[in-house]
Design a binder for this molecule. Structure first.
Ligand SMILES: C[S@@+](CC[C@H](N)C(=O)[O-])C[C@H]1O[C@@H](n2cnc3c(N)ncnc32)[C@H](O)[C@@H]1O
Length: 362
């Protein structure tokens, strides 16, 4: 069987190329958007400068980057528009002085934009367009976006660090699929990739966002830099890894396939994020705070854990292994491990979501 490169750019989509919308997973993502609502509205009201931002443009342009194909993005966009409209109202501006809104829904090219369009409310107050492509590149003409939003997406790396896949590197991640429980060089390679990706993201946004423009970002994070086995996500990854190891021992998966497979997700600490943003220097941090503390894994019944995980990760597996039956077996084994021993999933979760309000510096 052919072993595929694990570059996230080459797959062109994570969630969309095999990952499925699973109600429990969507509910968690929606929970993040709802948790951000109050802070998002408060910070937009405080920081959206109508006279400066809007003097040269007829419409306000909003981009939701890494929007996926579900209803979450529509909700987030409505929150942003509500916040801007109430800002106009608070300044005594009447209805016909409020701007028109253009909303760009961004995700990778193979995202299921058609499904996303079915969630658009028929009576929406904005013009909608899909914006396919990686958010690690400029997405629209220079200085044209007023507000960028992103939720639960900026922990997806642009690619798996090369050293992690290189048998000659000390960071080679033999027999493992992530930095959880791996040796420190693997963790360092992931951290360096995250740093590089965030810097690329900020430089790309510095091009397409207007001076004074805002970015409202909800970013999955952990309290210390290590995504430990004490987190729900860390535990899931380890169980998945053990399923793949079992299948390798049985000869269903080759050692080479296992060694070249890694999950491209990184969870930073808040301090790490601050350091990256300040070093990049193109955006000021206007606000930063925890909006979700811990992941209430107990809300998902044990028998549904595999399904939820497959919904989020299925695309990554599909791209690498290119064999639906094999992938079904991985997640069936996962389901068996957690139902046979639910203790496998008991942990104190340190995963959280950080809300950031950034402003493009002059
Ligand atoms: C966990 S989903 C979050 C979706 C949505 N924002 C929400 O809150 O429901 C992460 C999304 O980020 C997208 N994504 C990952 N890397 C991306 C990239 N480089 N450019 C654009 N989208 C990306 C994935 O395709 C996926 O749809």
């Amino acid at each position: 069987m052919e072993v595929q490169s694990n570059s996230l750019f080459s797959h062109q989509s994570q969630a969309a190329s095999g990952g499925k919308s699973i109600p429990e997973n969507d509910a968690y993502l929606k929970k993040v958007v709802i948790a951000a609502e109050e802070k998002l509205k408060e910070e937009i009201a405080k920081n959206f400068d109508i006279t400066k931002l809007f003097n040269s443009s007829k419409s306000i342009r909003i981009a939701d980057v890494g929007c996926s194909n579900g209803s979450t993005t529509v909700l987030a966009v409505e929150n942003i528009i509500d916040a801007i409209k109430s800002k106009y109202k608070s300044q005594g501006l009447v209805e016909d002085q409020t701007p028109e809104f253009e909303v760009f829904f961004n995700d990778l090219e193979s995202n299921d934009f058609n499904t996303l369009f079915t969630f658009l409310p028929p009576n929406r107050e904005y013009f909608a367009a899909a914006l396919p492509g990686s958010f690690y590149k400029p997405l629209l003409p220079k200085q044209s976006i007023h507000i960028v939003h992103s939720s639960s997406s900026l922990n997806w790396l642009s690619e798996i660090p090369k050293e992690v896949r290189d048998p000659n590197s000390p960071a080679f991640n033999k027999g493992k699929i992530h930095y959880v429980n791996a040796h420190k060089e693997v963790m360092e390679a992931y951290a360096a990739q995250y740093d590089k990706d965030w810097n690329t993201f900020l430089c790309a946004r510095a091009q397409d966002v207007v001076v004074g423009g805002l970015m409202a970002l909800s970013v999955p994070a952990v309290s210390d830099v290590k995504l430990s086995l004490d987190t729900h996500t860390g535990r899931n990854f380890l169980i998945l890894e053990s399923c793949l190891t079992d299948m390798t021992k049985l000869g269903v998966i080759s050692e080479e396939q296992l060694d070249s497979f890694n999950l491209g997700l990184y969870h930073s600490s808040p301090e790490e994020l601050i350091e990256i943003i300040e070093r990049n220097g193109m955006f000021s941090i206007e606000s930063m705070g925890k909006i979700v503390d811990g992941f209430n894994a107990k809300a998902i019944p044990v028998e549904k854990r595999a399904l939820v995980l497959k919904g989020g990760m299925g695309g990554i597996f599909k791209r690498h292994f290119r064999n639906d039956e094999l992938i079904d077996e991985v997640f069936d084994r996962f389901a068996k491990k957690v139902t046979d021993s639910p203790l496998n999933l008991q942990c104190t979760d340190h995963k959280m979501v950080i809300f950031l309000l950034l402003k493009r510096k002059p």
